[in-house]
Design a protein around this ligand. Structure first.
Ligand code: FE2
Length: 425
């Protein structure tokens, strides 16, 4: 007798299986004919997947678009300036409200684990207080990991260093940084060293905004890989954005990629935001600004797509849909073969779960019973359709349901139809 039984769904690897859930745990996967359950969902023909995971977000800024004004140039630097204006007027309650609304959207989209940076450059640390509160409020359905992020520079901002330590003392989970925004390359490299030492001393993970620039000489990822290896942090460090790698000399990259692999760096490209922000100083040819995704994967580096922003000073769209993120990444990185498209789906599920170090994630006996049922036959179709999340289950409980996005089509000379499904093997 299960609490919840999901019948006949297609798993991401193509296996068709029933999934039995007891409490908040997956207890059986296989053929469960005749099994009894408190609630049964028929998933025949639908894709059953572990939930989406976003390893890079800014929940303190989300849903603030237009406050106090919009980003006219569309650049990263105007976005940082605009965020500075917003910080002067925002309140803790308002941050909590915006973040909880975003978490509602995320839950409906099957996005059940999020790593959010939180700016620590406001001495009041009200964003930290707000997101610690939100982390507690959503813990039954979203695993929210927080990164202490010195947005205005760990050294460049006069109190960021002290505030980063205060935020970690308050319970923020991960050490962040922004070396390319320090005053000099030397300061940037020094910030990477000190922040990694801080993480090592506290047993924490590291996730840095690293080289989010079109400058091919921005090479802080090299220092990040070096410090990771020196301090024994292998597998616990992420480099977010890494866009300068797009513009780097090919010979240099041929040396860099093995160093990153050796340090087991996790890479987090953010395709929606970086296709918008990068290349803004170019005429033509205009660079895409996305890091070297396929090349990193060929070296065995774990790479997962991040979302970064929704309706904030840097990005004017977004819906908390990791399929949108993967869809854009697939295009910009030209990952169009069937195997590469499947990898794009894995990047917003299992790869990102690895980056965040999520325990008990996945579809296997003993895993947390968090999963999603999509109106698609396989991961490629899920990407093509940005498929409806028919059911979202968090820790054994159904928390969101949506109707299929069918149209009733009645055309002269055509048979009636309603479905958009079209799987290609
Ligand atoms: Fe970011």
């Amino acid at each position: 007798m299960f609490d919840l039984l999901i019948k006949g769904g297609t798993l991401p690897d193509g296996e068709i299986a029933d999934i039995g859930i007891t409490g908040d745990t997956i207890t059986t996967i296989g053929k469960l004919d005749g099994a009894q359950a408190g609630q049964t969902i028929d998933a025949t023909g639908d894709l059953v997947s572990p939930p989406f995971v976003d390893p890079h977000f800014h929940m303190d800024a989300t849903l603030s678009y237009g406050t106090p004004r919009i980003n006219v140039s569309g650049t990263l630097l105007e976005g940082i300036g605009l965020w500075g204006e917003l910080k002067q007027v925002m309140t803790q309650d308002e941050v909590v409200d915006r973040a909880l609304t975003y978490c509602d959207w995320a839950a409906s989209m099957g996005l059940l684990a999020i790593r959010s940076h939180v700016d620590v450059c406001d001495d009041r640390l009200l964003g930290v207080e707000a997101l610690l509160d939100v982390r507690e409020q959503v813990k039954d359905y979203i695993d929210l990991q927080l990164v202490a992020f010195p947005q205005d520079g760990f050294y460049r901002d006069p109190t960021a260093r002290e505030n980063t330590i205060r935020a970690l003392d308050m319970g923020v989970d991960v050490v962040g940084g922004i070396p390319h925004f320090e005053r000099t390359m030397a300061d940037g490299a020094a910030s990477v060293t000190e922040l990694c030492e801080l993480a090592a001393a506290r047993g924490l993970q590291v996730d840095m905004h690293c080289d989010e620039t079109d400058d091919p000489m921005s090479r802080h990822i090299e220092t990040l890989a070096y410090e990771t290896q020196r301090l024994g942090l292998q597998g616990r460090v992420a480099g977010s954005h890494l866009t300068s790698m797009h513009s780097m000399d090919n010979y240099y990259v041929s040396k860099l990629l093995p160093l990153m692999a050796e340090a087991q760096i996790n890479a987090i490209p953010n395709p929606l935001i970086n296709i918008v922000l990068q290349g803004r100083h170019d005429t033509y040819p205009k660079r895409r600004g996305l890091t070297r995704v396929k090349e990193m994967q060929a070296h065995g580096i774990n790479v997962g797509w991040g979302q970064d922003c929704v309706l904030d000073p840097w990005y004017s769209l977004g819906t908390a849909d990791m399929l949108d993120v993967a869809f854009m990444g697939l295009h910009v990185a030209q990952m169009t073969s069937p195997a590469e498209m499947r990898t794009c789906f894995d990047m917003v599920t299992t790869h990102n779960a690895k980056t965040m170090g999520l325990a008990d994630y996945g579809l296997h006996v003993g895993a947390k019973a968090s999963l999603i049922i999509l109106d698609a036959g396989d991961p490629i179709e899920a990407l093509r359709l940005r498929a409806t999340r028919l059911h979202v289950i968090a820790k054994g409980k159904v928390i969101s349901q949506s109707a299929r996005a069918d149209a009733k089509i009645s055309l002269p000379g055509r048979p009636p139809t309603s479905r958009r499904r079209h799987q290609v093997d």
